[in-house]
Design a protein. Structure first.
Length: 256
């Protein structure tokens, strides 16, 4: 799918996009990229990743920025990520969509967004911001789960919840890595090493980086709360064990 970036995303053709001065957005399958890549006049120092490593990154080439985008499913943080690779150059932005998520996201922007001053920088901001739009509510739900677990532990109603606690721990580790990668992506784009972006529009990348940084701070706070919750759990288990030893002192070797 090809779009021209005007006040809205206008569906177009490859020929019209390549022969027009209006910036374009292309969303291709891996097969389409392989067959059409030579038509874009790109000089890539590195290939787009044909075997996704499920990370988000961006790197500068001779006359373009290439990279990859790994999107976490916030309803299943430890599950399979959606994935796309991309090229940004002076004519537009090309996404190679590996699973349909990027195509669906951009189609939604086409239906819902209208720009007073359309530009690639603002498009990228809106696209990336859409991918994290629900993250705050998910983090609040994780916090509520942690509070519930802690209250149950303090109330001495449940001592053993290793699966739930380990899942939260793993989810927070995944999110910390995810947000770090997004922050690095925003910084790479804002550096504008190849002067592909307008100086006045670099603020959009800075704004996106700030949004992700706030989410990262929430994750850090939740990780701190997680260790407090875990400490409460072990303190309670030790208390129960000490009470047990009052009645069965012959088992004192069990207490560290």
């Amino acid at each position: 799918m090809y779009y021209q970036l005007t006040e809205t995303l206008i569906e177009s053709t490859q020929a019209d996009c390549l022969n027009n001065s209006v910036p374009f957005i292309a969303v291709l399958t891996p097969e389409e990229w392989k067959s059409d890549r030579d038509r874009f006049g790109l000089e890539l120092d590195m290939e787009l990743d044909a075997n996704p490593h499920k990370i988000t990154k961006a790197e500068s080439n001779y006359n373009s920025i290439t990279g990859s985008l790994s999107f976490i499913d916030m309803s299943n943080i430890g599950g399979t990520h959606s994935f796309a690779t991309f090229v940004i150059y002076d004519k537009g932005i090309i996404f190679v969509d590996h699973d349909g998520y990027t195509a669906d996201s951009i189609a939604r922007l086409q239906r819902t967004r209208k720009w007073r001053y359309p530009c690639p920088e603002r498009f990228l901001y809106d696209f990336l911001a859409y991918t994290i739009a629900d993250d705050l509510s998910i983090l609040e739900a994780i916090e509520a789960r942690m509070d519930e677990i802690e209250q149950r532990i303090l109330a001495n109603t449940e001592l053993e919840q290793p699966h739930e606690i380990h899942q939260i721990r793993n989810d927070l580790l995944d999110l910390r890595s995810y947000y770090n990668q997004l922050i690095n992506l925003a910084e790479e784009l804002e550096d504008n090493e190849l002067n592909l972006f307008e100086e006045n529009n670099l603020r959009f990348f800075h704004l996106f980086g700030d949004r992700v940084d706030r989410l990262q701070n929430i994750v850090q706070s939740l990780r701190h709360s997680f260790w407090i919750c875990r400490s409460h759990r072990w303190t309670l288990k030790r208390t129960v064990l000490l009470r047990f030893l009052r009645f069965f002192p012959q088992c004192s070797f069990l207490c560290p």
